[in-house]
Design a protein around this ligand. Structure first.
Ligand SMILES: Nc1nc2c(ncn2[C@@H]2O[C@H](COP(=O)(O)OP(=O)(O)OP(=O)(O)O)[C@@H](O)[C@H]2O)c(=O)[nH]1
Ligand SMILES: [Mg+2]
Length: 332
């Protein structure tokens, strides 16, 4: 199952205690203090990794704890610092403090690190307390506790292109034709239940990430049909490709369906309504497609692109059109 939200507790390691000891060696009377410092506790770090696609690997474990630093030893030996606990998360993960509901970090770049809980400093050994007036201190301090935090991780996928449309519009079929992603395709609505990403190669030098977002229905902006979850992902897509099927099985009107989705997008987030959009009439191997395209021209004054994932017609043009918008040719 695709998991895009988890709540976990992160606990950084405690610093090792400082050591109180005195040098004891044959023929060295009153060897003086020689207790070393404790080592630093391990940090808990989130690292964005492009090869990870969901948060499922974090869902089964509620508490993530880094190791404690080692205690200081006699003979001026400092304790070793603990290794950091590095938790890999997908690129696009947002880290929230659960108790205060504040965004701590948005991990939008591959390889980006965020220290979410700092390990405690090691305590001081008694060697450090030696002064001219106190040559035999017995004081050593304990290691500091590591930070602990309740965290909510939320994944907002980053795709340059988001496929939107009503259920059954042909979104998954298109993604599977253009990329190596293999989302499930079926003739019933809501086949796709979680977003799916695919890399579309335009030519050897250019590619873009396309997201197949589960079908939206009327009322999505109020959460109907998991609308909020899906719309949240659309928010991050650079441009929208709005697919409209020419003859829906449920007998609804294609132009009206387009209007419904537009209104859902705008009502969810006004900015989303202004996002650049390519309107595409799908399934043009079906005879009704031409009439529907004509209605878009007349009723909405918009020139839709026409594709058929079944025959492959129009797919090349669509990919180039998207690439052109993403990387407009530079004029010298
Ligand atoms: N004739 C024809 N059928 C198509 C074409 N593209 C998709 N279909 C069919 O339309 C149905 C729905 O396709 P999907 O790709 O699953 O649609 P979707 O938009 O992902 O649907 P949801 O995941 O339910 O939102 C399937 O039966 C496909 O085989 C096309 O170009 N021509
Ligand atoms: Mg689908």
């Amino acid at each position: 199952m695709f998991v895009d939200e988890v709540e976990i507790e992160v606990i950084a390691g405690k610093g090792g205690d400082g050591c109180a000891s005195f040098r004891r060696e044959k023929y060295v009377p009153r060897g003086g203090p020689d207790g070393g410092d404790g080592g630093r506790g391990g940090n808990v770090i989130f690292r964005a990794d492009k090869d990870i696609s969901g948060l499922g690997h974090l869902a089964m474990q509620k508490v993530w704890k880094a190791k404690n630093g080692q205690q200081g030893q006699s003979s001026q030996c400092h304790g070793a610092s603990a290794e950091d606990l590095i938790i890999s998360v997908p690129v696009g993960t947002m880290v929230f403090d659960l108790n205060h509901d504040i965004l701590l970090k948005d991990l939008t770049e591959n390889g980006a690190d965020f220290i979410v809980a700092r390990g405690g400093f090691g305590g001081k050994g008694n060697l450090r307390f030696k002064t001219a007036t106190n040559r035999a201190p017995r004081t050593a301090t304990p290691g500091e506790a590591g930070q602990s935090r309740q965290i909510r991780l939320e994944l907002k996928m980053i795709a340059q292109v988001g496929l939107v449309g009503k259920p059954n519009a042909g979104k998954s079929t298109l993604l599977s034709r253009l990329s190596r992603a293999r989302p499930e395709v079926a003739s019933y609505p809501f086949t796709t239940k979680s977003p799916c990403l695919g890399l579309v190669q335009v030519d050897p030098d250019r590619s873009f990430v396309m997201a197949d977002i589960p079908g939206l229905i009327e009322g999505a902006h109020q959460g109907i049909g998991l609308g909020h979850d899906f719309l949240k992902h659309i928010q991050r897509a650079g441009i929208l490709v709005h697919l409209v099927e020419p003859c829906p099985d449920d007998g609804t009107d294609p132009v009206e369906n387009y209007r419904v989705i537009r209104s859902e997008l705008e009502r969810y987030d006004a900015e989303l309504g202004k996002r650049q959009e390519i309107v595409v009439v799908t399934k043009t191997d079906l005879p009704q497609a031409a009439t529907v395209a004509e209605r878009f021209r007349e009723e909405l004054k918009c020139e839709p692109m026409l594709i058929s994932s079944a025959t492959g017609s129009g797919l090349r043009e669509l990919v180039f059109r998207i690439a052109e918008i993403l990387n407009p040719p530079t004029c010298w």
